[in-house]
Design a protein around this ligand. Structure first.
Ligand code: NAD
Length: 507
Protein backbone atom coordinates (compact mmCIF):
# COMPACT_ATOMS: atom_id res chain seq x y z
CA UNK A 1 0.00 0.00 0.00
CA UNK A 2 1.30 3.44 -0.85
CA UNK A 3 2.28 5.77 1.95
CA UNK A 4 0.03 8.67 2.91
CA UNK A 5 1.03 12.28 2.32
CA UNK A 6 2.40 14.27 5.22
CA UNK A 7 1.76 17.94 5.90
CA UNK A 8 5.17 19.55 5.42
CA UNK A 9 5.66 23.08 6.75
CA UNK A 10 8.23 25.16 4.92
CA UNK A 11 9.23 28.81 5.02
CA UNK A 12 11.89 31.29 5.93
CA UNK A 13 13.63 31.65 9.28
CA UNK A 14 11.30 33.00 11.95
CA UNK A 15 8.12 31.99 10.10
CA UNK A 16 6.99 29.79 12.99
CA UNK A 17 7.15 26.48 11.10
CA UNK A 18 8.08 24.44 14.17
CA UNK A 19 5.30 25.87 16.31
CA UNK A 20 2.68 25.50 13.57
CA UNK A 21 3.76 21.95 12.83
CA UNK A 22 3.56 20.98 16.52
CA UNK A 23 0.14 22.56 16.80
CA UNK A 24 -1.05 20.80 13.63
CA UNK A 25 0.16 17.43 14.91
CA UNK A 26 -1.67 17.99 18.20
CA UNK A 27 -4.88 19.00 16.45
CA UNK A 28 -4.68 15.99 14.14
CA UNK A 29 -4.16 13.77 17.21
CA UNK A 30 -1.40 11.90 15.45
CA UNK A 31 2.26 11.39 16.29
CA UNK A 32 4.38 14.39 17.28
CA UNK A 33 5.61 16.62 14.47
CA UNK A 34 9.09 15.87 13.15
CA UNK A 35 11.44 18.86 12.98
CA UNK A 36 14.36 18.43 10.59
CA UNK A 37 16.56 20.97 12.38
CA UNK A 38 16.13 19.27 15.76
CA UNK A 39 16.91 15.88 14.15
CA UNK A 40 20.05 17.33 12.58
CA UNK A 41 21.20 18.81 15.87
CA UNK A 42 20.73 15.42 17.49
CA UNK A 43 22.69 13.79 14.67
CA UNK A 44 25.57 16.28 14.87
CA UNK A 45 25.46 16.46 18.65
CA UNK A 46 25.62 20.25 18.60
CA UNK A 47 23.54 23.31 17.66
CA UNK A 48 23.23 24.17 13.96
CA UNK A 49 25.12 27.45 14.37
CA UNK A 50 28.12 25.47 15.63
CA UNK A 51 27.87 23.06 12.72
CA UNK A 52 27.94 26.07 10.38
CA UNK A 53 30.87 27.69 12.19
CA UNK A 54 32.95 24.54 12.77
CA UNK A 55 32.08 22.31 9.81
CA UNK A 56 30.83 24.78 7.21
CA UNK A 57 27.52 25.26 5.44
CA UNK A 58 28.28 22.71 2.69
CA UNK A 59 28.71 19.89 5.22
CA UNK A 60 25.51 20.93 6.95
CA UNK A 61 23.54 21.06 3.69
CA UNK A 62 24.75 17.59 2.64
CA UNK A 63 23.60 15.99 5.87
CA UNK A 64 20.39 18.03 5.80
CA UNK A 65 19.57 16.83 2.28
CA UNK A 66 20.13 13.18 3.20
CA UNK A 67 18.11 13.40 6.41
CA UNK A 68 15.19 15.35 4.88
CA UNK A 69 14.95 13.04 1.85
CA UNK A 70 14.88 10.05 4.19
CA UNK A 71 12.20 11.70 6.35
CA UNK A 72 10.03 12.57 3.35
CA UNK A 73 10.48 9.24 1.60
CA UNK A 74 9.48 7.23 4.66
CA UNK A 75 6.77 9.54 6.02
CA UNK A 76 3.35 7.91 6.16
CA UNK A 77 0.99 10.75 7.05
CA UNK A 78 1.99 12.98 9.94
CA UNK A 79 3.47 16.45 10.13
CA UNK A 80 7.01 17.58 9.34
CA UNK A 81 8.70 20.97 9.56
CA UNK A 82 11.78 21.68 7.47
CA UNK A 83 14.68 24.07 8.02
CA UNK A 84 14.43 27.21 5.89
CA UNK A 85 17.16 26.20 3.43
CA UNK A 86 16.30 22.50 3.08
CA UNK A 87 13.98 23.01 0.12
CA UNK A 88 16.73 24.51 -2.04
CA UNK A 89 17.94 20.97 -2.76
CA UNK A 90 16.43 19.52 -5.97
CA UNK A 91 16.33 16.10 -4.30
CA UNK A 92 14.28 17.50 -1.44
CA UNK A 93 12.03 19.26 -3.95
CA UNK A 94 11.40 15.97 -5.71
CA UNK A 95 10.74 14.21 -2.40
CA UNK A 96 8.17 16.89 -1.50
CA UNK A 97 6.04 16.10 -4.52
CA UNK A 98 3.89 13.43 -2.90
CA UNK A 99 3.25 15.55 0.21
CA UNK A 100 1.16 18.61 1.01
CA UNK A 101 3.64 21.47 1.27
CA UNK A 102 2.45 24.36 3.42
CA UNK A 103 4.26 27.68 3.18
CA UNK A 104 4.27 29.63 6.45
CA UNK A 105 4.54 33.20 5.25
CA UNK A 106 6.41 35.83 7.23
CA UNK A 107 7.13 39.50 6.63
CA UNK A 108 10.78 40.58 6.45
CA UNK A 109 10.36 42.64 9.64
CA UNK A 110 8.91 39.77 11.66
CA UNK A 111 11.45 37.29 10.30
CA UNK A 112 14.33 39.54 11.28
CA UNK A 113 12.94 40.31 14.73
CA UNK A 114 12.52 36.60 15.46
CA UNK A 115 15.70 35.28 13.89
CA UNK A 116 18.35 37.91 14.63
CA UNK A 117 20.44 38.12 17.78
CA UNK A 118 20.31 34.38 18.40
CA UNK A 119 23.60 33.45 16.85
CA UNK A 120 21.92 32.11 13.69
CA UNK A 121 24.63 32.13 11.05
CA UNK A 122 22.39 33.47 8.27
CA UNK A 123 20.72 36.09 10.47
CA UNK A 124 23.71 38.23 11.37
CA UNK A 125 23.48 40.91 8.68
CA UNK A 126 20.08 42.48 8.01
CA UNK A 127 20.60 43.28 4.31
CA UNK A 128 21.99 39.84 3.53
CA UNK A 129 19.11 38.31 5.50
CA UNK A 130 16.53 40.31 3.50
CA UNK A 131 18.17 39.37 0.18
CA UNK A 132 18.20 35.70 1.19
CA UNK A 133 14.49 35.88 2.04
CA UNK A 134 13.68 37.44 -1.34
CA UNK A 135 15.63 34.73 -3.19
CA UNK A 136 14.18 31.87 -1.23
CA UNK A 137 10.62 33.10 -1.45
CA UNK A 138 10.61 32.41 -5.17
CA UNK A 139 11.41 28.76 -4.41
CA UNK A 140 8.94 28.49 -1.51
CA UNK A 141 6.14 29.93 -3.62
CA UNK A 142 6.81 27.51 -6.45
CA UNK A 143 6.76 24.52 -4.11
CA UNK A 144 3.83 25.51 -1.91
CA UNK A 145 0.52 23.69 -2.21
CA UNK A 146 -0.86 25.93 0.50
CA UNK A 147 -0.10 29.44 1.72
CA UNK A 148 -0.64 30.33 5.36
CA UNK A 149 -0.28 34.05 5.98
CA UNK A 150 1.54 35.34 9.03
CA UNK A 151 -0.45 35.42 12.23
CA UNK A 152 -2.68 32.46 11.47
CA UNK A 153 -1.84 30.30 14.46
CA UNK A 154 -5.22 30.60 16.11
CA UNK A 155 -6.91 29.72 12.81
CA UNK A 156 -4.90 26.57 12.16
CA UNK A 157 -7.73 24.40 13.51
CA UNK A 158 -10.10 25.82 10.86
CA UNK A 159 -7.52 25.56 8.09
CA UNK A 160 -6.37 22.04 8.88
CA UNK A 161 -9.26 20.10 7.34
CA UNK A 162 -8.81 22.02 4.09
CA UNK A 163 -5.04 21.48 4.15
CA UNK A 164 -5.33 17.75 4.58
CA UNK A 165 -7.96 17.60 1.79
CA UNK A 166 -5.26 18.79 -0.62
CA UNK A 167 -3.62 15.36 -0.33
CA UNK A 168 -6.35 14.00 -2.62
CA UNK A 169 -6.25 16.91 -5.04
CA UNK A 170 -2.88 17.05 -6.76
CA UNK A 171 -2.28 20.36 -8.50
CA UNK A 172 -4.84 22.23 -6.42
CA UNK A 173 -3.53 25.09 -4.30
CA UNK A 174 -4.96 26.71 -1.23
CA UNK A 175 -4.52 30.25 -0.01
CA UNK A 176 -5.75 30.88 3.51
CA UNK A 177 -7.47 34.27 3.44
CA UNK A 178 -7.78 36.37 6.53
CA UNK A 179 -9.30 39.68 7.47
CA UNK A 180 -10.55 41.27 10.65
CA UNK A 181 -14.03 39.78 10.22
CA UNK A 182 -13.29 36.36 8.86
CA UNK A 183 -10.98 33.80 7.41
CA UNK A 184 -11.65 31.33 4.65
CA UNK A 185 -10.02 28.98 2.18
CA UNK A 186 -9.37 29.99 -1.41
CA UNK A 187 -8.85 26.98 -3.67
CA UNK A 188 -7.15 27.63 -6.99
CA UNK A 189 -6.65 25.03 -9.69
CA UNK A 190 -8.10 23.16 -12.61
CA UNK A 191 -10.95 20.94 -11.50
CA UNK A 192 -11.20 22.82 -8.18
CA UNK A 193 -15.00 22.56 -8.14
CA UNK A 194 -14.93 18.82 -7.72
CA UNK A 195 -11.48 17.86 -6.50
CA UNK A 196 -11.98 18.64 -2.80
CA UNK A 197 -15.05 18.07 -0.63
CA UNK A 198 -17.33 21.14 -0.81
CA UNK A 199 -15.78 23.48 1.79
CA UNK A 200 -18.98 24.67 3.50
CA UNK A 201 -21.78 22.65 5.13
CA UNK A 202 -25.48 23.23 4.41
CA UNK A 203 -27.69 23.47 1.32
CA UNK A 204 -26.21 25.34 -1.63
CA UNK A 205 -28.36 27.81 -3.55
CA UNK A 206 -26.65 29.04 -6.65
CA UNK A 207 -27.04 32.54 -8.04
CA UNK A 208 -25.77 32.89 -11.58
CA UNK A 209 -26.55 34.87 -14.70
CA UNK A 210 -28.40 33.67 -17.75
CA UNK A 211 -25.18 33.25 -19.74
CA UNK A 212 -23.12 31.43 -17.12
CA UNK A 213 -25.79 29.20 -15.58
CA UNK A 214 -26.37 27.02 -18.66
CA UNK A 215 -22.61 26.71 -19.21
CA UNK A 216 -21.38 25.98 -15.72
CA UNK A 217 -24.07 25.50 -13.06
CA UNK A 218 -23.99 21.78 -13.85
CA UNK A 219 -20.35 21.65 -12.72
CA UNK A 220 -21.13 22.81 -9.18
CA UNK A 221 -21.75 19.69 -7.13
CA UNK A 222 -24.90 19.21 -5.07
CA UNK A 223 -26.88 22.36 -5.79
CA UNK A 224 -30.20 22.59 -3.96
CA UNK A 225 -31.46 25.51 -6.06
CA UNK A 226 -30.60 27.91 -8.84
CA UNK A 227 -31.55 31.56 -9.24
CA UNK A 228 -30.78 33.10 -12.62
CA UNK A 229 -30.45 36.82 -13.17
CA UNK A 230 -30.00 38.66 -16.47
CA UNK A 231 -26.34 39.15 -17.43
CA UNK A 232 -24.64 42.52 -17.35
CA UNK A 233 -23.74 45.48 -15.16
CA UNK A 234 -27.06 47.18 -15.89
CA UNK A 235 -28.71 44.43 -13.81
CA UNK A 236 -26.54 44.95 -10.74
CA UNK A 237 -29.41 46.78 -9.10
CA UNK A 238 -31.74 46.67 -6.13
CA UNK A 239 -34.50 45.51 -8.46
CA UNK A 240 -32.49 42.39 -9.29
CA UNK A 241 -31.51 41.97 -5.64
CA UNK A 242 -35.18 41.93 -4.66
CA UNK A 243 -35.86 39.23 -7.23
CA UNK A 244 -33.03 37.16 -5.76
CA UNK A 245 -34.14 37.64 -2.14
CA UNK A 246 -37.66 36.59 -3.10
CA UNK A 247 -36.34 33.56 -4.97
CA UNK A 248 -34.47 32.59 -1.78
CA UNK A 249 -37.75 32.79 0.12
CA UNK A 250 -39.50 30.73 -2.55
CA UNK A 251 -36.79 28.09 -2.24
CA UNK A 252 -37.11 28.04 1.53
CA UNK A 253 -33.55 29.27 2.12
CA UNK A 254 -32.60 29.56 5.79
CA UNK A 255 -29.56 30.71 7.72
CA UNK A 256 -28.27 27.13 7.62
CA UNK A 257 -27.99 27.38 3.82
CA UNK A 258 -25.50 29.30 1.76
CA UNK A 259 -25.33 31.03 -1.56
CA UNK A 260 -23.01 29.94 -4.34
CA UNK A 261 -22.17 33.01 -6.45
CA UNK A 262 -21.31 31.51 -9.84
CA UNK A 263 -20.30 34.15 -12.34
CA UNK A 264 -18.31 37.27 -12.95
CA UNK A 265 -17.99 40.31 -10.73
CA UNK A 266 -21.60 41.34 -11.29
CA UNK A 267 -22.96 38.05 -9.96
CA UNK A 268 -20.32 37.95 -7.23
CA UNK A 269 -21.16 41.47 -5.99
CA UNK A 270 -24.92 41.07 -6.27
CA UNK A 271 -25.20 37.53 -4.91
CA UNK A 272 -22.75 38.45 -2.13
CA UNK A 273 -24.94 41.46 -1.26
CA UNK A 274 -28.08 39.32 -1.28
CA UNK A 275 -26.32 36.82 1.02
CA UNK A 276 -25.12 39.64 3.30
CA UNK A 277 -28.65 40.95 3.76
CA UNK A 278 -30.97 37.93 3.43
CA UNK A 279 -32.19 37.10 6.93
CA UNK A 280 -29.45 39.53 8.11
CA UNK A 281 -26.71 37.48 6.57
CA UNK A 282 -26.13 33.97 5.28
CA UNK A 283 -22.91 32.49 3.93
CA UNK A 284 -21.65 32.82 0.39
CA UNK A 285 -19.13 30.77 -1.55
CA UNK A 286 -17.72 32.67 -4.49
CA UNK A 287 -17.13 30.68 -7.68
CA UNK A 288 -15.67 33.26 -10.08
CA UNK A 289 -16.00 32.62 -13.81
CA UNK A 290 -14.36 35.71 -15.37
CA UNK A 291 -10.77 36.87 -15.27
CA UNK A 292 -11.91 40.01 -13.39
CA UNK A 293 -13.54 37.87 -10.76
CA UNK A 294 -10.76 35.24 -10.52
CA UNK A 295 -7.99 37.81 -10.11
CA UNK A 296 -9.85 40.39 -8.08
CA UNK A 297 -13.54 40.70 -7.28
CA UNK A 298 -14.16 37.30 -5.69
CA UNK A 299 -11.86 38.07 -2.74
CA UNK A 300 -12.14 40.54 0.08
CA UNK A 301 -15.85 40.65 0.81
CA UNK A 302 -16.98 43.84 -0.93
CA UNK A 303 -20.51 43.28 -2.16
CA UNK A 304 -23.14 45.62 -3.49
CA UNK A 305 -25.25 47.04 -6.28
CA UNK A 306 -25.22 50.20 -8.38
CA UNK A 307 -27.58 53.17 -8.28
CA UNK A 308 -28.29 55.13 -11.45
CA UNK A 309 -26.28 57.98 -9.93
CA UNK A 310 -23.14 56.01 -9.10
CA UNK A 311 -21.61 52.58 -9.10
CA UNK A 312 -21.47 50.32 -6.03
CA UNK A 313 -23.27 52.94 -3.95
CA UNK A 314 -25.20 50.44 -1.84
CA UNK A 315 -23.49 47.46 -0.36
CA UNK A 316 -21.96 45.62 2.55
CA UNK A 317 -18.74 43.98 3.56
CA UNK A 318 -19.45 40.27 3.64
CA UNK A 319 -16.49 37.93 3.51
CA UNK A 320 -17.10 34.70 1.61
CA UNK A 321 -16.97 31.38 3.47
CA UNK A 322 -14.78 30.07 0.67
CA UNK A 323 -13.67 30.92 -2.85
CA UNK A 324 -13.31 28.17 -5.43
CA UNK A 325 -11.31 29.27 -8.45
CA UNK A 326 -11.25 26.94 -11.43
CA UNK A 327 -9.40 28.48 -14.39
CA UNK A 328 -11.05 25.90 -16.65
CA UNK A 329 -14.29 27.88 -16.32
CA UNK A 330 -12.60 30.64 -18.30
CA UNK A 331 -12.55 28.43 -21.42
CA UNK A 332 -16.01 29.69 -22.41
CA UNK A 333 -15.29 33.36 -21.69
CA UNK A 334 -15.40 35.55 -24.82
CA UNK A 335 -12.05 37.10 -25.82
CA UNK A 336 -13.23 40.64 -25.08
CA UNK A 337 -14.01 39.61 -21.48
CA UNK A 338 -10.55 38.03 -21.17
CA UNK A 339 -9.15 41.36 -22.32
CA UNK A 340 -11.27 43.31 -19.82
CA UNK A 341 -9.90 41.10 -17.05
CA UNK A 342 -6.40 41.76 -18.20
CA UNK A 343 -6.73 45.39 -17.05
CA UNK A 344 -7.27 44.13 -13.47
CA UNK A 345 -4.24 41.87 -13.86
CA UNK A 346 -2.09 44.85 -14.90
CA UNK A 347 -3.48 46.87 -11.98
CA UNK A 348 -2.70 44.08 -9.52
CA UNK A 349 0.79 43.62 -10.95
CA UNK A 350 1.48 47.36 -10.56
CA UNK A 351 0.44 47.10 -6.92
CA UNK A 352 2.47 43.94 -6.27
CA UNK A 353 5.62 44.87 -8.19
CA UNK A 354 8.33 42.20 -8.04
CA UNK A 355 7.94 38.87 -9.81
CA UNK A 356 4.28 39.42 -10.74
CA UNK A 357 4.99 42.77 -12.40
CA UNK A 358 7.98 41.31 -14.26
CA UNK A 359 5.86 38.42 -15.51
CA UNK A 360 3.04 40.68 -16.68
CA UNK A 361 5.33 43.38 -18.11
CA UNK A 362 7.03 40.68 -20.19
CA UNK A 363 3.69 40.27 -21.96
CA UNK A 364 2.86 36.76 -20.75
CA UNK A 365 -0.77 35.73 -21.08
CA UNK A 366 -2.85 35.27 -17.94
CA UNK A 367 -2.07 31.74 -16.77
CA UNK A 368 -2.98 29.85 -13.61
CA UNK A 369 0.14 31.11 -11.82
CA UNK A 370 -0.84 34.71 -12.61
CA UNK A 371 -4.34 34.13 -11.22
CA UNK A 372 -2.86 32.68 -8.04
CA UNK A 373 -0.37 35.55 -7.67
CA UNK A 374 -3.12 38.15 -8.19
CA UNK A 375 -5.34 36.42 -5.64
CA UNK A 376 -2.51 36.41 -3.09
CA UNK A 377 -1.77 40.07 -3.74
CA UNK A 378 -5.37 41.11 -3.23
CA UNK A 379 -5.76 38.93 -0.13
CA UNK A 380 -2.60 40.36 1.40
CA UNK A 381 -3.88 43.91 0.89
CA UNK A 382 -7.30 43.07 2.34
CA UNK A 383 -5.72 41.29 5.32
CA UNK A 384 -4.13 44.59 6.32
CA UNK A 385 -7.26 46.72 5.90
CA UNK A 386 -10.56 44.97 5.37
CA UNK A 387 -12.82 48.01 5.46
CA UNK A 388 -10.95 50.39 3.22
CA UNK A 389 -9.70 52.66 5.98
CA UNK A 390 -6.20 52.80 4.59
CA UNK A 391 -4.06 50.31 2.70
CA UNK A 392 -6.94 48.64 0.87
CA UNK A 393 -7.47 51.84 -1.07
CA UNK A 394 -4.50 50.93 -3.26
CA UNK A 395 -6.85 48.44 -4.93
CA UNK A 396 -8.72 51.42 -6.36
CA UNK A 397 -5.78 52.15 -8.62
CA UNK A 398 -7.34 53.07 -11.95
CA UNK A 399 -10.86 52.71 -10.54
CA UNK A 400 -11.58 56.29 -9.53
CA UNK A 401 -11.52 57.58 -13.10
CA UNK A 402 -12.60 54.15 -14.40
CA UNK A 403 -15.84 54.20 -12.36
CA UNK A 404 -16.50 57.79 -13.38
CA UNK A 405 -16.16 56.87 -17.06
CA UNK A 406 -18.55 53.96 -16.53
CA UNK A 407 -21.05 56.25 -14.80
CA UNK A 408 -21.04 58.96 -17.48
CA UNK A 409 -21.35 56.35 -20.23
CA UNK A 410 -24.33 54.73 -18.50
CA UNK A 411 -22.53 51.43 -17.71
CA UNK A 412 -23.20 50.17 -21.22
CA UNK A 413 -20.54 51.51 -23.57
CA UNK A 414 -17.47 50.04 -21.90
CA UNK A 415 -16.80 46.91 -19.92
CA UNK A 416 -15.66 47.49 -16.33
CA UNK A 417 -12.17 46.20 -17.16
CA UNK A 418 -11.96 48.45 -20.21
CA UNK A 419 -12.84 51.46 -18.07
CA UNK A 420 -10.27 50.38 -15.47
CA UNK A 421 -7.58 50.20 -18.17
CA UNK A 422 -8.36 53.79 -19.17
CA UNK A 423 -8.42 54.74 -15.50
CA UNK A 424 -4.97 53.19 -15.05
CA UNK A 425 -3.63 55.37 -17.86
CA UNK A 426 -5.16 58.48 -16.26
CA UNK A 427 -3.67 57.50 -12.89
CA UNK A 428 -0.22 57.05 -14.45
CA UNK A 429 -0.52 60.50 -16.09
CA UNK A 430 -1.43 61.94 -12.69
CA UNK A 431 1.51 60.03 -11.18
CA UNK A 432 3.91 61.79 -13.57
CA UNK A 433 5.16 58.46 -14.91
CA UNK A 434 5.07 58.84 -18.73
CA UNK A 435 7.36 55.85 -19.48
CA UNK A 436 5.40 53.53 -17.25
CA UNK A 437 2.19 54.89 -18.80
CA UNK A 438 3.62 54.04 -22.23
CA UNK A 439 4.54 50.54 -21.06
CA UNK A 440 1.07 49.94 -19.61
CA UNK A 441 -0.64 51.40 -22.70
CA UNK A 442 1.34 48.97 -24.87
CA UNK A 443 0.30 46.01 -22.67
CA UNK A 444 -3.37 47.06 -22.72
CA UNK A 445 -3.35 47.67 -26.49
CA UNK A 446 -1.70 44.29 -27.12
CA UNK A 447 -4.54 42.70 -25.15
CA UNK A 448 -7.05 44.47 -27.39
CA UNK A 449 -8.11 47.02 -24.78
CA UNK A 450 -8.93 50.64 -25.60
CA UNK A 451 -6.24 53.14 -24.67
CA UNK A 452 -8.24 56.18 -25.74
CA UNK A 453 -11.86 57.12 -25.77
CA UNK A 454 -13.82 59.45 -28.02
CA UNK A 455 -16.73 61.56 -27.00
CA UNK A 456 -16.42 61.42 -23.25
CA UNK A 457 -16.69 64.85 -21.70
CA UNK A 458 -13.73 65.35 -19.31
CA UNK A 459 -15.85 67.77 -17.31
CA UNK A 460 -18.56 65.13 -16.77
CA UNK A 461 -15.96 62.54 -15.80
CA UNK A 462 -14.34 64.97 -13.36
CA UNK A 463 -17.75 65.72 -11.84
CA UNK A 464 -18.57 62.03 -11.51
CA UNK A 465 -15.14 61.49 -9.98
CA UNK A 466 -15.86 64.17 -7.39
CA UNK A 467 -19.05 62.32 -6.44
CA UNK A 468 -17.00 59.17 -5.89
CA UNK A 469 -17.94 57.55 -2.63
CA UNK A 470 -14.34 57.48 -1.49
CA UNK A 471 -14.38 61.26 -1.39
CA UNK A 472 -13.13 62.64 1.90
CA UNK A 473 -14.29 66.21 2.40
CA UNK A 474 -13.64 68.18 -0.80
CA UNK A 475 -10.86 66.06 -2.22
CA UNK A 476 -11.01 62.74 -4.00
CA UNK A 477 -8.08 60.74 -2.74
CA UNK A 478 -6.21 59.24 -5.68
CA UNK A 479 -4.05 56.17 -5.89
CA UNK A 480 -0.80 57.07 -7.60
CA UNK A 481 2.14 54.97 -8.69
CA UNK A 482 5.75 55.80 -7.87
CA UNK A 483 6.94 52.54 -9.40
CA UNK A 484 5.59 48.99 -9.72
CA UNK A 485 5.32 47.78 -6.12
CA UNK A 486 5.31 51.35 -4.75
CA UNK A 487 1.71 52.54 -4.95
CA UNK A 488 0.39 55.29 -2.66
CA UNK A 489 -3.22 55.92 -1.74
CA UNK A 490 -4.79 59.13 -0.48
CA UNK A 491 -2.82 61.42 -2.83
CA UNK A 492 -4.50 64.79 -3.39
CA UNK A 493 -5.13 65.71 -7.02
CA UNK A 494 -6.56 69.06 -8.17
CA UNK A 495 -9.61 69.32 -10.42
CA UNK A 496 -7.46 70.83 -13.21
CA UNK A 497 -4.94 67.99 -13.09
CA UNK A 498 -7.81 65.54 -13.19
CA UNK A 499 -9.49 67.21 -16.20
CA UNK A 500 -6.16 67.28 -18.02
CA UNK A 501 -5.50 63.59 -17.33
CA UNK A 502 -8.99 62.64 -18.59
CA UNK A 503 -8.62 64.90 -21.64
CA UNK A 504 -5.39 63.00 -22.35
CA UNK A 505 -7.48 59.88 -22.94
CA UNK A 506 -9.16 61.41 -26.00
CA UNK A 507 -8.06 59.56 -29.12
P1 NAD B 1 -19.61 40.39 -15.52
O1 NAD B 1 -19.90 39.71 -14.26
O2 NAD B 1 -20.66 41.27 -16.07
O3 NAD B 1 -19.21 39.31 -16.59
C1 NAD B 1 -18.95 39.71 -17.90
C2 NAD B 1 -19.75 38.93 -18.93
O4 NAD B 1 -19.17 37.65 -19.09
C3 NAD B 1 -21.20 38.70 -18.56
O5 NAD B 1 -21.98 38.87 -19.72
C4 NAD B 1 -21.24 37.26 -18.12
O6 NAD B 1 -22.48 36.66 -18.38
C5 NAD B 1 -20.18 36.65 -18.98
N1 NAD B 1 -19.50 35.48 -18.40
C6 NAD B 1 -19.05 35.36 -17.14
N2 NAD B 1 -18.35 34.21 -17.00
C7 NAD B 1 -18.40 33.58 -18.19
C8 NAD B 1 -17.88 32.37 -18.67
N3 NAD B 1 -17.10 31.59 -17.91
N4 NAD B 1 -18.15 32.01 -19.94
C9 NAD B 1 -18.89 32.83 -20.74
N5 NAD B 1 -19.40 34.01 -20.36
C10 NAD B 1 -19.14 34.38 -19.08
O7 NAD B 1 -18.30 41.30 -15.41
P2 NAD B 1 -16.90 41.17 -14.67
O8 NAD B 1 -15.96 41.90 -15.51
O9 NAD B 1 -16.60 39.78 -14.26
O10 NAD B 1 -17.13 41.97 -13.30
C11 NAD B 1 -17.35 43.35 -13.28
C12 NAD B 1 -18.03 43.70 -11.98
O11 NAD B 1 -17.16 43.36 -10.91
C13 NAD B 1 -18.32 45.17 -11.83
O12 NAD B 1 -19.64 45.32 -11.37
C14 NAD B 1 -17.36 45.64 -10.76
O13 NAD B 1 -17.86 46.70 -9.99
C15 NAD B 1 -17.19 44.40 -9.95
N6 NAD B 1 -15.94 44.35 -9.17
C16 NAD B 1 -16.04 44.11 -7.86
C17 NAD B 1 -14.91 44.03 -7.08
C18 NAD B 1 -15.01 43.70 -5.62
O14 NAD B 1 -14.03 43.78 -4.89
N7 NAD B 1 -16.16 43.31 -5.17
C19 NAD B 1 -13.65 44.23 -7.66
C20 NAD B 1 -13.58 44.46 -9.03
C21 NAD B 1 -14.74 44.51 -9.78
Amino acid sequence: MSRRSALVFIGFMGAGKTTLARQAARLLRGPEAVDSDRRLEAQWGKPIERVFDEDGEAAFRASEEALVCELLDTADGGVVSLGGGAVLSPKVQAALERHVTVLCEVSPATAWSRASGRGRPLARDRDAFAALQRDREVVYERLADAFLPEGERDQLGDALGHLTALADAPGLRLVWARSASGHYPVFVGRGALTSVPWPVAGRRICVSDETVAPLHAGSVPGLAGLVEIPAGEQHKTLVTAERVWRAFVAQGATRADHVVALGGGVVGDLAGFCAATYQRGIGVVQVPTTVVAQVDSAYGGKTGVDLPEAKNYVGAYHQPRAVVVDPELLATLPPEEHAAGYAEVVKTALIAGGALWEHVAAGHPVDDATILACARTKLAVVAGDERDDGGRQVLNLGHTVGHAIETVTGYTRLRHGEAVGLGLLAALTLSGRPELRGEVAALLAAAGLPISIEGVDPEAVAEATLRDKKRLGDAVPFVLVEAPGAVRHGQAVSGDQLRAAVAGLAG
